[in-house]
Write a protein that binds this ligand. Structure first.
Ligand SMILES: CCCCC/C=C\C/C=C\C/C=C\C/C=C\CCCC(=O)SCCNC(=O)CCNC(=O)[C@H](O)C(C)(C)COP(=O)(O)OP(=O)(O)OC[C@H]1O[C@@H](n2cnc3c(N)ncnc32)[C@H](O)[C@@H]1OP(=O)(O)O
Length: 226
């Protein structure tokens, strides 16, 4: 199946052979042993590319471009897709979302969480939702907030030498509008750790205003569980 666009037909991810995950062998997730991030290397083209990709998406969301601009952009994107397709690697080898030293782990799907510090029991930092995450009337889309919490709490629950775990539930309460385009503070902390069950909570604040809070249960994986 391809898109209806005849100029630059886009294969569906199901049909695109260059988008396979490769071997099902586990271990594609990097472990988090420390919250102290190394200083960003002076020359980091990947980090630079991801930062530009995030900003690009914000501008796509904000702009009302004329047709000529849109057509040129579609062509440019098609050319980049064609250039990257032969470079596709397995999940284990991919860089996207595996750069734990970069804000947002060097990916653009979830919000740009920048870690300020953390220890065995908690983690804290900031996030700024760009225009890309706008839901309506200046507020962040309701789905993008649990996305942040899963990222923050998933990272915490998997940190400090703990065995890999997955989110079993993630309960989010939206307490006030979460504004787009402001630096917000984020904090996650452990509530309990019993057997395989790790209960963690997080909050998202705009200054003193509590925007949203969450509780998650993360369950440690048994050997062989994907
Ligand atoms: C290998 C991947 C590891 C992932 C990450 C690793 C490293 C990351 C490091 C750096 C990366 C940084 C950040 C990471 C960012 C994000 C991480 C996101 C993680 C996810 O986003 S991952 C996707 C969403 N997630 C799923 O795709 C899970 C689908 N699901 C399952 O895979 C199973 O469901 C599982 C394994 C959860 C449990 O299954 P199971 O069969 O092994 O265990 P069981 O059901 O027996 O539950 C054991 C005890 O938990 C209780 N329990 C279970 N579920 C409950 C619920 N919902 N409510 C209340 N209690 C519950 C039971 O009641 C029992 O309690 P009790 O023992 O007291 O009876």
């Amino acid at each position: 199946m391809t898109s209806v666009n005849e100029k630059h037909p886009v294969p569906s991810p199901i049909d695109d052979p260059t988008l396979g995950l490769g071997s099902a062998e586990p271990g594609g997730f990097p472990q988090v042993d420390s919250w102290t991030l190394p200083a960003a290397p002076e020359d980091d083209p990947y980090g630079d590319m991801v930062a530009n990709l995030r900003s690009f998406l914000d501008h796509v969301a904000a702009a009302k471009p004329d047709n000529a601009t849109v057509a040129e952009l579609a062509g440019d994107l098609a050319a980049w897709r064609a250039r990257l397709a032969p470079m596709s690697v397995s999940e284990r080898e991919q860089v996207f979302a595996h750069r734990t030293d970069l804000p947002g782990r060097g990916q653009t799907m979830s919000p740009n969480f920048a870690i300020e510090g953390g220890d065995r029991d908690g983690v804290w930092g900031t996030v700024t939702y760009g225009r890309y995450y706008l839901g309506g009337n200046g507020a962040v889309h309701g789905g993008a907030i649990p996305l942040l919490f899963d990222e923050v709490l998933g990272r915490l629950a998997n940190s400090a030498g703990r065995s890999p775990c997955r989110t079993a539930y993630l309960h989010t309460d939206f307490r006030a509008i979460t504004p787009v385009g402001r630096q917000l503070s984020v904090r996650g902390w452990f509530v309990s750790e019993e057997g395989r069950k790790r209960v963690v909570r997080a909050e998202l604040k705009d200054g003193d205003t509590l925007c949203a809070e969450a509780e998650g249960l993360f369950v440690a994986l048994n050997p062989g569980q994907p």
